[in-house]
Write a protein that binds this ligand. Structure first.
Ligand code: NAI
Ligand code: MG
Length: 496
């Protein structure tokens, strides 16, 4: 069996693929192994999916290679674009189903999951539009030479995605890779394999030829490592922890020097000046850290508030956070569902304990909510010192650390006092402050008077240890293209 009938509270019964999606078919793994998929809302097993071993990675890579060297090269850019647009349309048509699977497996609120699906389809459609706009150049070097520069696909792309935005990361990876004419072997995260398999089936429905998009479920140390070190994978794109990002680079270096792009962790500063519109600032700070249960690489987890409004801000932010509805992802008013897994739950509770042990003050939260599912109360620490672990390390949960600052220079120094550089935000009504501070912050994205407003048209990625390369926007095409120079001699031979 490579599919199973499941049920979600919003969409009822549906057919969930469970096999490895290779060559447009769902197949069992060579070793016949399966692993359990957990519902983080009730800690129960939803189903089992087939697990990819190294051998299955070989099979998937061979399929992607055969497709890449075969007829895929004869498909026009316009046709590639149409496939992505069709896939985006199918995402819109099945939006409720995709979102329900996401909520079931990941635990995110259904309303938020709907937003993820819309962002995923927007991304796929956007890259569909790029497919026939990838252009080279002609460069004059001398009258008897004709040089042109071609942009070519890289080849077989390995893509390893995390569990915090399973579908969205699937789309961020597959959209640009396909637009540029590559083929793909994508591994979903072991915590959340379901939506990626369902979406793989939509590729087939959209008319993708076999072998272009292959989606496998499996563990990082086995299937993920096999992709990263594979001799016939030309490029690996990874989103996840900085620790594993380093391993991916090492594996690439130790195998065939495949191209590497990494989107890693963050500890993003969210800076609030005295002159900010405080209601707006609190709303965005709340959304910045508690959206997706704090499981965002760009979460605004370090909040620096200027001394003039610090006490008032902390009090009112506390009241705001306490209003966030934590509970069943399928309830209409839920903002925050459970954390994704027992491991993540334990890790976050460990950080909450560390913050208390290190002497930070808990303003609100700090405890498990209920006794079933991985729910954690929205938690705010105030008066956090810069060297405390909760101010330096990525917690990846609903835990916010606040500290006070005096001057604009302090804000920039504190904001940049991190090994990460994924995102940052500034809240102020002064245009000069907004621009000066934004320019001085070492981060790939800076938001002013807003937070988390990502868009598929805007590049996203990290400074410093937050990564290599940019996803989204035109910038992401660079990750999936090679540059070829062709130089044609027009005159007589130079050397007789
Ligand atoms: P992880 O980095 O282990 O997992 C992300 C993906 O990498 C998964 O698909 C996993 O199977 C794969 N993977 C794991 N080890 C691998 C290896 N040796 N070779 C190739 N692929 C491998 O992250 P994990 O353990 O799920 O979460 C740990 C922490 O990582 C979180 O607490 C958070 O701080 C950070 N994280 C950051 C994310 C981001 O969006 N930047 C997403 C997920 C986690
Ligand atoms: Mg799960």
């Amino acid at each position: 069996m490579t599919s199973i009938q499941l049920e979600t509270p919003t969409t009822g019964k549906y057919e969930q693929p469970t096999g490895l999606f290779i060559n447009n078919e769902f197949v069992k793994g060579v070793d016949g192994k399966q692993f359990e998929v957990i519902n983080p809302t009730n800690e129960k097993v939803i189903c089992s999916v087939h697990e990819a071993s190294e051998k299955d990675v070989d099979i998937a890579v061979a399929a992607a290679r055969k497709a890449f060297e075969g007829d895929w090269r004869k498909v026009t850019p316009n046709e590639r674009g149409k496939l992505l647009v069709k896939l985006a349309d199918l995402f819109d048509e099945r939006s409720d189903q995709l979102a329900a699977i996401e909520s079931l497996d990941n635990g995110k609120a259904f309303t938020m999951a709907k937003g993820d699906v819309a962002a995923a389809s927007g991304c796929l459609r956007y890259y569909g539009g790029w497919a026939d706009k990838i252009e080279g150049k002609v460069v004059d070097t001398s009258p008897d030479t004709f040089n042109y520069i071609r942009k070519e696909p890289i080849g077989v792309c390995g893509q390893i995605i995390p569990w915090n935005f399973p579908l969205l990361m699937w789309a961020w990876k597959i959209g640009p890779a396909i637009a540029c004419g590559n083929t793909v072997v994508l591994k979903t995260a072991e915590q959340t394999p379901l939506s990626g398999l369902y979406a793989a089936n939509l590729c087939k429905e959209a008319g993708f030829p076999p072998g272009i998009v292959n989606v496998i479920s499996g563990f990082g140390k086995i299937a993920g490592a096999a992709i990263a070190s594979h001799m016939d994978v030309d490029k690996v794109a990874f989103t996840g922890s900085t620790l594993v990002g380093r391993q991916i680079m090492k594996a690439a270096a130790g195998s065939n020097l495949k191209k590497v792009t990494l989107e890693l962790g963050g500890k993003s500063p969210n800076i609030v000046f005295d002159d900010a519109d405080i209601d707006n600032a609190i709303s965005w700070v709340n959304f910045g850290i508690f959206f997706n249960h704090g499981q965002c690489c760009c979460a605004g987890s370090r909040v620096y508030v200027q001394e003039g409004i610090y006490d008032k801000f902390v009090q009112r932010f506390k009241e705001r956070a306490q209003k966030n509805v934590v509970g069943d992802p399928f309830a209409a008013d839920t903002f925050q569902g459970p954390q994704v897994s027992q491991i993540q739950f334990d890790r976050i509770m460990g950080y909450i304990k560390a913050g208390q042990d290190e002497g930070a003050t808990i303003v609100t939260g700090g405890k498990r909510k209920g006794n079933e599912g991985y729910f954690i109360e929205p938690t705010i620490f105030a008066d956090v010192k810069d060297d405390m672990s909760i101010m330096q390390e990525e917690i990846f949960g609903p835990v916010c650390s606040i500290a006070k600052f005096k001057t604009k220079e302090d804000a920039v120094r504190l904001g940049n006092n991190t090994t990460y550089g994924l995102a940052a935000a500034v809240h102020t009504s002064n245009l000069n402050t907004a621009i000066e501070v934004s320019n001085a912050l070492k981060a790939g994205t800076v938001w002013v008077n807003t937070y988390n407003t990502l868009h598929w048209q805007l590049p996203f990625g990290g400074f410093k240890s937050s990564g290599i390369g940019r996803e989204l926007g035109e910038a992401a095409l660079d990750n999936y293209l090679q540059t070829k120079t062709v130089s044609i001699r027009l005159g007589d031979a130079l050397f007789g």
